[in-house]
Design a binder for this molecule. Structure first.
Ligand SMILES: C[S@@+](CC[C@H](N)C(=O)[O-])C[C@H]1O[C@@H](n2cnc3c(N)ncnc32)[C@H](O)[C@@H]1O
Length: 238
């Protein structure tokens, strides 16, 4: 499989996130790994404990992360953005302020935010350095970007069983700190192992079908549930 080549193609990304279905199907299988923590919880703890006044999020998806931050810290001025109108609509339905925006042209003033969040989206942006420059522009001096992404071996067990390869992207655990270091002085990374449990073959195949119908079709049949390791990283950069 060479899914990595079209991960940043705008037509592919727009199609992938034209509705919230693919994202919801993938999200539901993930559970904490050996450490007992999920990367989403690690990310939220970092954001909330920094006590920001104004937070922006890029590539907010369904808005679940934004909602969870606001549930813990209701006084935060949080504005979520996403390229996909369907994602923005889903986010607004959770009571979160949200706007359609491309991550490289953000509708915020210079130095206007204390924190920015980019969770599992920087591997999609066509101009990664352009997006990071834009995030840098809207952050105040000393403001922090909080990021989550996957590593090269993320779910590779399932991908290989289906005849594919591990997914190499432009922004993964293995190069994320170096990429962020081009724009920020202080970068801290925590790797978090997770677990994906599929109730049966059909569930695993449906997961694969959200990004590769070919892999979904070639996954050999198996009986019963299966669990695979996921490899993620949570980073802060300021
Ligand atoms: C893998 S999903 C992650 C969503 C959410 N952050 C989460 O963790 O569930 C990637 C999201 O980034 C959005 N996206 C992709 N490219 C984008 C861009 N250039 N600017 C803004 N959003 C983008 C997609 O529409 C999608 O909602």
């Amino acid at each position: 499989m060479d899914s990595s080549t079209h991960l940043t193609e705008s037509d592919h990304v727009a199609g992938q996130y034209a509705s919230t279905d693919n994202l919801r199907t993938r999200r539901d299988v993930w559970r904490p790994g050996p450490e007992g923590v999920s990367p989403v919880d690690v990310l939220r703890t970092l954001v909330v404990s920094s006590q920001p006044r104004r937070v922006i999020e890029i590539g907010c998806g369904t808005g679940a992360f934004a909602r969870s931050v606001l549930d813990e810290a209701p006084d935060v001025d949080y504005v979520a953005t996403d390229l996909s109108p369907a994602m923005v609509e889903a986010t607004r339905a959770l009571g979160v302020t949200a706007e359609v925006a491309s991550s490289d042209i953000l509708p915020f003033g210079d130095g206007s935010c204390d924190a920015a969040v980019a969770a599992w989206m920087l591997y999609h942006v066509p101009d990664l350095d352009g997006t990071l420059r834009e995030v840098r522009r809207v952050l105040r001096d000393g403001g922090t970007l909080y990021v989550a992404t996957n590593g090269r071996e993320h779910l590779a067990g399932l991908l290989r069983e289906a005849g594919g390869d591990a997914l190499v992207t432009q922004f993964m655990s293995e190069n994320a700190a170096e990429v962020l270091g081009r724009h920020f002085e202080h970068v801290v990374q925590r790797d978090v192992e997770t677990r994906a449990t599929f109730a049966d073959h059909a569930t695993a195949s449906a997961y694969l079908a959200t990004f590769s119908p070919d892999l979904a079709a070639s996954l050999p049949h198996f009986e019963g549930p299966r669990t695979y390791a996921g490899h993620t990283a949570v980073l802060s950069a300021r």
